[in-house]
Write a protein that binds this ligand. Structure first.
Ligand SMILES: N[C@@H](CCC(=O)N[C@@H](CS)C(=O)NCC(=O)O)C(=O)O
Length: 224
């Protein structure tokens, strides 16, 4: 058991860490303190998050011997320490793909983040530029198409099955449908359903409760 503090924003990238902890077993991270931050306010900047995260962002984690930020790195190190079945080590045939998908998680998430900034955080009189939103949605759809063409039939990202790379996509596939309809990506839709069927994912969702970030079900590209 390792006393753990997770710096968190509801359904933010720290959801990846929360879901991974549920997959590992919460008893490992006992006692667990979850520090809830208020995104989009000065609270994050004035908190002590900067001590842990060079960019002052969540997730950040503190354990006995470990202080770190960056969700991909946290997911990788916690899996290596506590869930070797979720790791594809240096000798594994899926090693390169495993690392690629962990990195891809952030390529896709950064597009969601840009859309969050433009369509959720921006307050009048500031307005998002429709052309930039349109390009960003197209780039997000490109990442979904890239997943669609590579997903294993009826499976996960890797031929060898469920891994920490899939856990990176929990945040992404929660948020992406607010900006891109998934109907055009049936394999991604089925993959999302497989993620949501996992008991550990469901326990993480129960912990989070109903999302409070998005005020509408879908954010279309603003009219020019
Ligand atoms: N690459 C980082 C990105 C972290 C990140 O941007 N987190 C967002 C929440 S999902 C955040 O803390 N945003 C606060 C801000 O932009 O001020 C990671 O994967 O952990």
């Amino acid at each position: 058991m390792v006393a753990t503090t997770l710096h968190h924003v509801q359904y933010g990238r720290s959801f990846r860490v929360l879901w991974l902890m549920e997959e590992i077993g919460m008893q490992v991270f006992d006692p667990l303190t979850i520090v809830e931050h208020r995104i989009g306010t000065k609270e994050m900047q004035t908190s002590d998050l900067g001590r842990l995260s060079p960019a002052v962002r969540i997730p950040a984690i503190e354990m006995d011997d470990l202080q770190m930020s960056e969700s991909g790195a946290i997911v990788q190190i916690l899996s290596e320490r506590h869930a070797p079945d979720l790791v594809r080590g240096p000798d594994h045939a899926d090693r390169a793909e495993w690392l690629q998908w962990i990195g891809f998680g952030e390529t896709q998430a950064s597009l969601i983040e840009q859309l969050n900034l433009m369509l959720v955080f921006l307050r009048p009189p500031a307005t998002p530029g429709p052309a930039v939103v349109k390009i960003t949605v197209a780039r997000l759809r490109q990442t979904l198409a890239g997943m669609e063409s590579r997903l294993q039939p009826d499976g996960w990202l890797l031929p060898s099955g469920f891994s920490a790379a899939d856990i990176m996509m929990g945040f992404n596939l929660f948020a992406a449908p607010y900006y891109a309809h998934l109907d055009a990506f049936p394999k991604v839709q089925a993959y999302k359903a497989r993620i949501e069927a996992r008991p550990a994912y469901q326990r993480a969702v129960d912990r989070e409760g109903p999302q409070r970030f998005y005020a509408q079900d879908f954010y279309p590209v603003p009219a020019t």
